[in-house]
Structure formats: C-alpha cells, structure tokens
Design a protein around this ligand. Sequence first.
Ligand code: BES
Ligand code: MG
Ligand code: ZN
Length: 508
Amino acid sequence: MISCKPAPKPFWDNAVDAYIFFVSSTLSGTADKELFNTINTHATPSILDTCKDAQFKGDKDQCITISALYNGKPVQYILVGLGDTSTTKNRHAIREQLRRGLCSAINILKKRTIPTAVVSFPCASIFGVEENELIKQMSIAAIMSDYEFSTFLNDKKNKRWNGTLLFAFDTSDQDLNKAFEKGIVIGNATSLAREMDDLPGNIMTPLEVAAQAKKIAEAHNLSYTALNRQNAQDLGMGGFCAVDEGSEKEGCIVILEYKPQKTNAPTICLVGKGITFDTGGVSLKPSQHMDGMKFDMSGAGAVIATMNIIGALKPNVHVIAIAPIAENMPSGKAARQDDIVTFMNGKTAVIRSTDAEGRLILADALCYAEKYYNPDIIIDIATLTGACAYSLGHFYTGLMTPDDELATQLHSLGLLTGDKVWRLPMDDDFKAAIKSDVADIANTGSSAYLAGTVTASHFLSNFVEKARWAHLDIAGTAHEVPGINYLGKGATGAGIRLMTEFILSFNA
Ligand code: BES
Ligand code: MG
Ligand code: ZN
C-alpha cells in the first residue's frame, strides 16, 4: 500500500530513494525549477546530460529513470513526459495526462520496489487550476494508482509494495495542507469502494454491503438504517420486493444520513443501485453477458463511498445515501415476465424483462427519498443499461436530467475531477417507449424506440416528482476501463469523485 505524506522542506534533503519530475516537451520548462536545478547541479552525471543522451524530450507518455549519485548517495530520477503543455485549451486533458504520468511513475516505484520518493508537480496554472486543487487531485490519483484487488492472491497479497510518496508543496500553507488531506480522504474512500465492487457475489452479499455501510456510519457518526425484506413489503415497495424475493440471500435498503451543523443547508439524496450479482433473473443472461455482473452494485458502492467522504469532511450540506441492495436470481420465488408490480408511490409497472431489475429497485428507493427526506436534489447512480456502454464507451458516464443547470454543473465537475459525464437527451418523445396496455408503465422500452439508456431514465423519472434530479448510468465506466492506468483492472469507483465535488460545491 502506498503512504502519501507532505514532503518536509527542503525537498532535496529528504534522503529519499527517488525523485519524480514531470517535464513538458521543452525540458526544464515546467518542473519545479528550484528543486530541479538544485538536484541537477548536485547529481552526477547531470540529469540534463543524461536526458540528452537518452533522447528524453518530455514527450507524452515518455518515461525515463536515471540512476545517479546525489551528494554521494545513489538515487533514481524518474522523469515523466507530459508532451506539449503550452496549449491553453483542454487544460483538463493536460491534467489527465498528469494523473496518468503520476501512475506511470508509481508503477516504476512498485516494479523496482523503491521505498521512498519525492514527487514535485509543475506549476498548477499549466493545468488550469489552483495549486490546492492540483495537490488534491494528485493525492487522489496517487491512491487510485496504487489500488489493486489482490485479496485472494496468496502469492501477491503479502508482497505488496509498501512505499512512501512525499508530495512537495509548501506545508506552511494551510490551504494546501487541507487540500492534500481532502485528497487522501477521497482516494482512500474510493479504494474501499473499489474493493467492495471487486469482491464477488458470494462474498459481497447484500448483507455484507450493509455491514460495510454500517462500519462507515459508525466511523463518522452517520445515522444508519437498514430496511429488510419485510420492511420493504410493509412500505409497499413492490419493485424492490419483486427483485429481492428471487434470491435466497435477503436484501435490504441501506440509508446513511449526514446532518450538518447548519440548519438550513440544502438536502441532497444519493441513490445507488446495489445488485450484488445480476443473473438477469428468469430472463436469464447468456453466460458471456453475466461476465462482470458482480460489479452491478457499483452504484451502491459509489454512494456509500461518497458518504464515507462526506462523513469525514463534514460540509454544511444535508446528505442522505439510499442504496437498495439485492441479488437478481432466477428461482421458484423470482418474478417472471408479465408480472405487474406496484411501487411505493402507487404507480404500477409490468415486468417485460426481469433483467431490467435495476430500475425496479431504484424506483422504490427514489420514492422513499422523496417521501422521507424531501430533498432539493436527487442524484441516482447505477450500472443500469448495457446500451450506455455501447453508446458512450468507457470514458464517459451517461448523464440524464431534465435540468439544464444540473447538467452543466455536473459536466464541468466531470472535467474538473476526471470523472467525466456526457449528457443524453430526455425529450418527451421517448416516453411513449415505456407505455403499457396493462400497467402504468413497462420496465423495458419498446424495441421500436431503441435508445435503451434514455428510455430507462424515463422509467426512473416516474418516481421523482418534486426534487431536481439527475441520473448517472455507469454501466460503461464502473469497471474494466481500458487504457487509463490509474483506474487499474477491475472496479474504477466511477462517480465518487464527481458526486463528492458536487456536494462540496454546496458547502457554505
Ligand atoms: N446490469 C445490467 C446492465 C449492464 C450491462 C451493466 C452490461 C454493465 C454492463 C442491467 O441490469 C441489465 O441487465 N439491463 C438490461 C436492460 C434491458 C433488459 C432493457 C440490458 O442492458 O440489457
Ligand atoms: Mg461486487
Ligand atoms: Zn439486469
């Protein structure tokens, strides 16, 4: 596991084993000049000479490790290229390059089992943010880079690299210290959620998800409630029960609440889909489509992780997470096609596919949010539709909302955090897709309308009457994202950074 700490000054006297620098295509252009020059003149051979010899020009994704002597002690200089950083457009893309570069450097530390390193970032303005924001984002990126799911790898788990990464910044600046600490909190909560998501359905059962949520609640003094199957039935949650009853493993609806000091703070509800395994139910998935369905609780993981962060940071915002958690199984007690269910708000739906189970459990959770918390804003997050992964791929979470202002805000926070969203339309024309002759609505869109991600959002919209609302479909972003090194192999923690910053933006 990585341990991130602020580097005491002077940075070059830290007796570390390695120094990490970032370099744009024009060498010496962006690195911390003071640190770089000091080291450069004390190192033999000089870094600049070695770079010239190795033709290291700071190109994008170019990395070089230089072994040298610094004041007689052997050290490694890890230089990471950022490419051309002079462009004033797309600063978020250069910032993303920095996250990935940091991950590349950390991977070198791991591979060579280098115990300690100082990392020095270029001037924040290159990345279009203040230094505190940059420090925060990079401490998150460092922790995300280090995450791996090795719990069950007997050979690997005890041999994990335990290194220390010292961040070079002015520790007498309280703003920077706070930003750094915030990043650590966000990063650690993200890793915890990724572990929950990565754990398979036989271990991360509905009750185990609840137990994790309870632990987090206790750590931060959040109120914790878990409604069981019977409670859900008593509340008239026909959608949730139709899914939950198919499994031997009883599910629950977990509610975490954070109450701020301030009394008139805005109320935000986060609702996250928690299907611990999605077989499709009696509308059974073919086995190749069942691949990855242990990740179908990533929405719940994300809202629980966000509460973990909110509980630690304690902003002046009233935040509630509601996670309906169940396992979607075929069985003698499972729902079938053509079943009609009645939700908590009295609306009815015909089940055209038991594999469209996420919207059934979310519907009741949304009703519950509105009825008991009267929130100003609801954000729901779910691995809801395969269609979303097809249309947007792995780099953008699908965003659907009737609220233009929310859309703009979430889009720009996506660019800020790297946890990106792309809006899909919600025109009324799509509503006809979920019409039914036998119930108020159907749980799948008619094939004539296509756009399964959008029609799913219309289904959900039936259960939000008063609050401003946005729906995030993380089917493509929650796991197995290719080509982004700091997101690793399995779960990514999609939506956590985004929802956290969204909530913090209301802190007053
Ligand atoms: N969990 C799936 C969605 C999913 C698919 C997430 C692939 C990640 C990767 C969801 O419950 C589901 O099965 N949705 C159906 C909906 C359809 C029956 C309308 C789908 O996408 O096929
Ligand atoms: Mg899981
Ligand atoms: Zn499904």
